[in-house]
Design a protein around this ligand. Sequence first.
Ligand code: HEM
Length: 75
Amino acid sequence: MVGVTQDYFPFGFGKHRCPGRFPAANELKTMLAYILVSHDVKFEGRVSRPTSIHWDLNVIADPTVRVMFRKRTCN
Ligand code: HEM
């Protein structure tokens, strides 16, 4: 995730590559882990993953698909 190559550059590339990418990646992973352990997550009205949209060099999530979150309760 923090790699900087010519095939993967969300954090830039070369001399000015992002120095904040390490804490940024850790923070994102921590937030995702928290959501996954504390919530049930599903796509509304679907059983499988929606097809990603490819636009130029980008791969983006389908903005028309809704994601539903339900906080888990402790039993
Ligand atoms: C998801 C979060 C972040 C993304 C997507 C991101 C992305 C980028 C990108 C694309 C660049 C330009 C690199 C280039 O010119 O080649 C950059 C530069 C930079 N980023 Fe980030 N960044 C993030 C978080 C952070 C954080 C948390 C910090 C500091 C705590 C930070 C500090 C910097 C600095 C100082 C530069 C300029 C580096 C230079 O010019 O040498 N970034 N970032």
